[in-house]
Design a binder for this molecule. Structure first.
Ligand SMILES: *Cc1c(COP(=O)(O)O)cnc(C)c1O
Length: 389
């Protein structure tokens, strides 16, 4: 079949046709365990009956109204996100990059309204915040940036986990620091305990806003509703997307009332953002996470799975580190990650990479014990036959 796609992706050489829970099937009928969750999106697995029903019901009633009108889902979803987090106000959009963009605009506008000149932003080396110009300007990856410049000015990148470096970078014109509680796309890096708390203190002392990019870590993935809750930190602004939409495009910016009010009438918006269909899917997803006790499940299953992976690590020289929180897990390898990913795929286990030598494992929070055991067997077999390069 002639392929009309731009070449920016390298999809697996088969076509997926349907899924149920953690399992997906391709056109040839081959079954896989999906430990990618569509890159931390499908936290309830595929085709969760309650989400399917919510979308079906909503699309038969009202799928889009634009933001000229209220609809119940928008109001309920904003309320729910605030109940689950530090938030008091929410803006809804369609994706992670859009949530990052809105967070950048919000941080700058907040100070502008107070008559303060604070255009500068700080982000971390190895961080990932999205692919639009603002978000990409915060993302330091050379591969993502090459040939796309110039970028937003007034952005400084500092070393992750280095409070001294942040402290040196902050000045009176700094508006915000953007941080992922765990760096997702680059290595599943978990910061040293105390770093996030120290960052919060630095921000408070200098009046800088703390933006926790929870697009990947949010909505239960790490065994808490949000990654910042592991560290007893309170961010000022939190972009969300990925899992919160339950598979439909949905993003959010969660913030406090004083900051949220800076997004005044008419100054920002999105035609699709928070439309009834996406909100029905998102709200139901959050409700299912609550009703099925999946935050606790992510914590416990993640702990057990990480322990098992550490056992496998003892039997091979190609795994140099196992890290992560809840069901956001990284395996640092001494060899290239892609061939391991391919071998797992051939054995029926789908996983992702997070850098050239890191495997990233993101199972649905609903994955059963039996499915974890099966995935471990495949991983064990694959790494025991792989050779260090
Ligand atoms: C995926 C991701 C984004 C970008 O989200 P998109 O929906 O792909 O635009 C931003 N930040 C983090 C931490 C992410 O993991």
């Amino acid at each position: 079949m002639k392929n009309f796609m731009t070449p920016n992706y390298a999809p697996a050489p088969f076509i997926l046709t349907h899924g149920e829970g953690t399992k997906v099937w391709d056109m040839g009928g081959k079954e896989y365990l999906d430990f990618t969750s569509g890159i931390a999106v499908n936290s309830l697995g595929h085709a969760h009956p309650r989400v399917v029903e919510a979308i079906r019901e909503q699309t038969g009633r009202l799928s889009h109204v634009s933001n000229m009108f209220h609809h119940e889902g928008y109001l309920k979803l904003c309320k729910k996100l605030c109940e689950l987090s530090f938030g008091e106000m929410v803006f809804l959009c369609n994706s992670g990059a859009e949530a990052t963009e809105a967070s950048i605009k919000l941080a700058r506008k907040f100070f502008h309204r107070r008559g303060e000149n604070r255009p500068k932003l700080i982000a971390f080396e190895g961080g990932f915040h999205g692919r639009t110009y603002g978000a990409l300007s915060l993302t330091q990856s050379p591969k993502a940036r090459e040939g796309f410049g110039p970028f937003l000015p007034d952005i400084t990148h500092v070393s992750y986990d280095d409070l001294e470096a942040v402290s040196r970078a902050i000045d009176q014109e700094t508006a915000a620091v953007f941080i992922e509680p765990i760096q997702g796309n680059t290595g599943v890096r978990v910061p040293t305990p105390g770093f996030f708390k120290g960052l919060e203190e630095l921000c408070r002392k200098s009046g800088v806003l703390l933006v926790a990019d929870e697009i990947q870590t949010g909505c239960g993935r790490t065994g808490r509703w949000f990654g910042y809750q592991h560290e007893d930190v309170t961010p000022d602004i939190m972009p969300l997307a990925k899992a919160m939409g339950g598979g439909l495009p949905l993003g959010a910016v969660v913030t406090s009332k004083p900051i949220g009010e800076a997004l005044a009438l008419g100054i920002h918006g999105s035609t699709f953002g928070g439309n009834p269909l996406a909100c029905a899917s998102g709200l139901t997803t959050l409700e299912v996470i609550e009703d099925e006790n999946l935050i606790r499940r992510a914590e416990m299953a993640g702990r057990a799975f990480i322990n098992e992976l550490r056992e496998i690590q003892k039997s091979t020289e190609i795994i140099s580190a196992v890290r992560g929180r809840g069901l956001m897990i990284g395996l640092e390898l001494t060899t290239k990650a892609k061939p391991i990913l391919v071998a797992c795929r051939e054995s029926g286990l789908l996983i992702t990479v997070a850098g050239p030598k890191v495997l990233r494992i993101l199972p649905p929070l609903t994955t059963s014990d039996l499915e974890f055991t099966k995935a471990l067997e495949i991983l064990k077999k694959v790494v025991s036959t792989a050779h260090a390069t």
